[in-house]
Design a protein around this ligand. Structure first.
Ligand code: F0G
Length: 483
């Protein structure tokens, strides 16, 4: 039975099933200060300081609210360099929740990607994936490999009703293996709730098909489980065969279908850290020696033991539907309200955050002037809301230095787990409504400093005209002295 809350009135909204017991003051500074902060941070939201930020929707990574039980567990951490009991508890949680008995701890998700690429990727080989994630791609390129992305045909249609846009195209998978030869394929990687296309899930039926192909050619199947809890929740909501199953059944089914699972615990388990787990001793053996080399001893992997305790509890809490449903339900509300205002949203609503199609929001800004980055800057200016550009700024240049224009220009507004209230979400809707009505005022951006790797983190940009000043003047005209 699908649990849901029905309301007497007409309005339907997500209801928080937790109470707030620790609070943190936020800063809603005047627009003049926000404009100065944008210049100081090179119009890159990664470079803003939280003292200037009102609602931090940059990411759901390491920014989730912990439960009372997680905080309590942190107090009983076993501070040992080697053989810590905290690690035993995590290992047990991973075994029970993810169904994998061997666990290698790493300091965060990208460290797992480094170890996996280091171990399984040979120069010139291909990693087949439903879609890349920035750090995954960087590690593959770093090891001299390349990727092929084999999403289902309509996955890049931003406004869609396909419930599983993260599915892999099985015909393309077969064709790619035939073309490359199985021996040249390092592994197949399925990213649960494909981040860069809007947190879109894949179905269990699709994962079963991928497994069958992987078995036929003897290719390793890896899952990025950073957003596994939410993918499993959407499987329960959207895949008919699984509606009567528990979160535990669905998660186990997904992990059982894969040889190797890795995750960023900054998302999965609402703590900070990461892990790689498997039931295959041979795979574990190949990676084991790299943990002390890159991360730390095998029972902490660069993580604080306190975080390890919180991670163990958070892993079990992933099975609690009232906990895991909070962020996807708020995202659904946000996306549907914005969609109703005519704002071009990525649909169906995914996980991690709401995603705005910046190309359609600002059709007058050419992709070479970074519409998603410009929209992120404009939204911060008029609201103090910090989102993240997921478009061409997050992309790379090719070997000739030519910009690779991203498939989609998205502004991501992350909804970290159990952090925001519904009135804060309504503020987001209100300010985006104003921005949409004034969208022709948003102008483009240009790089003033461009780092060679992962440029979106540290890069600095400038507006191509005085559009931010003009927008600030319009804000003052419409809102008077309002913050
Ligand atoms: N895989 C996925 C699907 C991710 O979303 C992330 C991080 C990583 C791997 C890397 O993990 O940050 O712990 O090293 N995503 C963050 C985000 C950064 O904001 O979406 P990490």
């Amino acid at each position: 039975m699908k649990e849901q809350i029905k309301f007497y009135g007409m309005e339907s909204f997500p209801l928080e099933l937790h109470k707030v017991r620790i609070v943190q003051k936020l800063h809603l500074v005047p627009i003049e200060r926000r404009l100065a902060a944008l210049y100081e941070g090179g119009f890159n939201t990664f470079q803003l300081k939280t003292g200037d930020v009102f609602l931090d929707m940059l990411t759901d990574s390491g920014t989730n609210a912990m439960s009372d039980n997680q905080l309590a567990a942190m107090m009983q951490a076993d501070d040992a360099y080697a053989g810590s009991q905290s690690f035993n508890r995590l290992q047990q949680a991973v075994k029970e929740v993810l169904g994998k008995k061997f666990l290698l701890p790493v300091h965060q998700g990208r460290a797992a990607e480094n170890v996996i690429a280091h171990t399984f990727m040979k120069k010139g080989q291909v990693a087949i994936t439903n879609y890349h994630f920035t750090t995954f791609l960087a590690h593959v390129l770093d090891k001299g490999g390349r990727i092929e992305e084999l999403l289902c045909p309509d996955a890049l249609e931003l406004h869609s009703s396909n419930p599983f846009k993260g599915n892999m195209d099985i015909a393309k998978l077969e064709a790619s293996i035939q073309r490359n030869g199985p021996e040249n394929i390092a592994f197949i990687r399925m990213e649960a709730s494909t981040n860069l296309i809007g947190g879109q899930p894949f179905s269990i039926a699709n994962l079963m098909d991928v497994r069958r192909v992987a078995d036929r050619y003897g290719i390793l199947l890896i899952m990025d489980a950073s957003l596994l809890g939410e993918n499993a929740f959407l499987v329960k909501q959207r895949e008919k065969e699984w509606q009567e199953n528990t979160m535990a059944d669905i998660i186990k089914m997904m992990t059982n279908l894969t040889d190797l699972v890795y995750f960023s615990a900054r998302k999965l388990s609402s703590s900070r850290g990461g892990g790689i787990c498997t039931n295959r001793k041979d795979l574990y053996g190949k990676m084991e020696a790299l943990i002390p080399l890159f991360e730390g001893f095998l029972t902490y992997g660069g993580m604080s033991v306190r975080e390890i305790e919180a991670m163990a509890v958070g892993m079990y809490e992933t099975l609690d539907e009232t906990m895991i449903s909070q962020s996807p339900s708020f995202i659904k509300f946000l996306v549907e309200e914005l969609d109703a205002l005519g704002i071009p949203m990525v649909t169906p609503p995914g996980v991690l955050g709401a995603h705005i199609n910046a190309k359609d929001f600002c059709p007058h800004i050419p992709q070479s002037e970074y519409p998603a980055g410009a929209l992120a800057a404009a939204l911060f200016l008029i609201s103090g809301i910090r989102g993240m550009e997921r478009g061409t700024i997050s992309s790379v240049r090719d070997e000739q230095g030519v910009e690779i224009l991203a498939d989609a220009e998205l502004l991501r507004l992350a909804v970290p787990r159990r952090v925001f209230t519904l009135s804060q979400i309504k503020y987001v809707i209100d300010r985006l409504h104003w921005l949409f009505d004034n969208r022709e005022m948003i102008g483009g951006l240009t790089f003033t400093y461009e780092p060679p790797v992962l440029r979106f983190f540290m890069g600095k940009l400038a507006p191509v005209s005085d559009w931010p000043e003009k927008m600030m003047a319009k804000f003052r005209k419409d809102f008077g002295h309002s913050l």
